[in-house]
Design a protein around this ligand. Structure first.
Ligand code: PEP
Ligand code: MN
Length: 347
């Protein structure tokens, strides 16, 4: 990571730095902040000669080398002070609540509008709604482009920013063109490195945020953080990690709940962690306990499936979505746990 003395390099300085690292098989990726731009050296930055040639440039403040598989996401990275803000919440300062339907039913847009308003009243800052769905059964409803209009209309009506999953480049383009501010990478695609690269390239230079789910098949935490690094290394580090339960499933819960990994992730990465209790436990009755445990473990936020009439929903909603009153109670209790943790840390 290269930190210039000024707020950014001039074009001539950038060209000189790029030429030097290029000789050693590396490239430069600018990371543009509100005030300051820093420059990641992408590639193997261990070459001493390359580093000393860079250190010889009078306009550079410092060259930081982090020997980590995820140089940008690493807690020791210069990006550790990077802040992500959505729906009026800066992650880490206030508990972020994302809530809404698993799946938008294009035949019932009113459920979406009603749910968006209800989750807003219950304290959500972001409305989630699945436009395209990764379904295990190929004959199950797979989503519909039309649902994107419904999602954006819900956003206009409530003023809430929205989150939806994209599974391929066409969906990615449609979502960005519609102005979706938060893209979800689902558990099934969190190991799809081509998609992660496409998303990273598409959101570079934008304010878009990615909610990256933990794959069902991820074990070591480095695997999860490295998936986020795939996206960040194109220049936009707005990535939120979202554990949502992994395999193997327990008897009773849909997945193996993994909210307990929050402190482990926070030791390794500065990326905020938002827990999805809904897919972890897979049944509405257990969602609140998992959500509260997540906050007790130090989660920066929650992503909860909610629906005004779960039994009339589609996708996961009939079994997994909580009603707005349960969401409101969960948010209230979660905020109390958040405050207890803050007070304990301050005293
Ligand atoms: C979802 O959020 O509805 C979803 C399909 O999530 P996951 O990718 O975690 O299964
Ligand atoms: Mn779902």
């Amino acid at each position: 990571m290269i930190l210039p003395k000024a707020n950014r390099l001039t074009p001539a300085q950038l060209a000189e730095v790029t030429a030097i690292v290029g000789e050693f098989g590396c490239r430069i990726q600018p990371i543009v902040g509100a005030v300051r731009t820093i420059y990641a050296i992408v590639g193997d930055e261990r070459d001493e000669l390359m580093i000393s040639r860079l250190e010889g440039l009078a306009y550079l403040e410092r060259i930081d080398r982090i020997q980590s598989p995820f140089k940008l996401l690493d807690i020791r990275s210069d990006l550790a002070t990077h802040q992500i803000t959505i729906g009026g919440v800066t992650l880490g300062r206030k508990l972020l609540v994302i809530a809404g339907q698993c799946t938008i039913d294009p035949k019932n847009p009113n459920f979406v509008y009603e749910t968006a308003q209800a989750v807003q009243e219950a304290g959500a800052h972001v409305f989630r709604g699945g436009v395209w769905k990764p379904r295990t059964n190929p004959y199950a409803f797979q989503g519909d482009d039309k649902s994107l209009d419904i999602l954006m209309e819900a956003s206009r009506r409530t003023g809430l920013p929205v989150d939806t999953e994209v599974m391929d480049e066409d969906q990615l383009k449609l979502a960005l063109a519609a102005g979706v501010p938060m893209l979800q990478v689902g558990a099934r695609n969190a190991l799809n490195y081509s998609l992660l690269r496409q998303i990273g390239a598409a959101i570079a230079g934008r304010s878009t945020i990615v909610l990256l789910k933990r794959s069902l098949h991820m074990g070591p935490l480095n695997e999860f953080i490295s998936a986020a690094e795939y996206i960040a290394n194109f220049g936009n580090p707005n990535i939120i990690l979202c554990p949502r339960g992994t395999a193997p499933a327990l008897d009773g819960y849909r997945n193996h709940p993994d909210e307990s990994i929050v402190p482990l992730l926070q030791e390794k990465t500065w990326a905020p962690v938002v827990i999805d209790p809904s897919h972890s436990v897979g049944k509405a009755a257990y969602v609140q306990a998992c959500a509260l445990a997540a906050v007790a473990y130090g989660a920066d936020g929650l992503c909860i499936e909610a629906h005004v009439q779960p039994s009339k929903g589609i996708g996961d909603d009939p079994k997994q979505a909580v009603t707005p009153d349960v969401l409101a109670a969960t948010v209230r209790l979660a905020k109390q746990i958040w405050a207890l943790r803050r007070n304990a840390a301050a005293s």
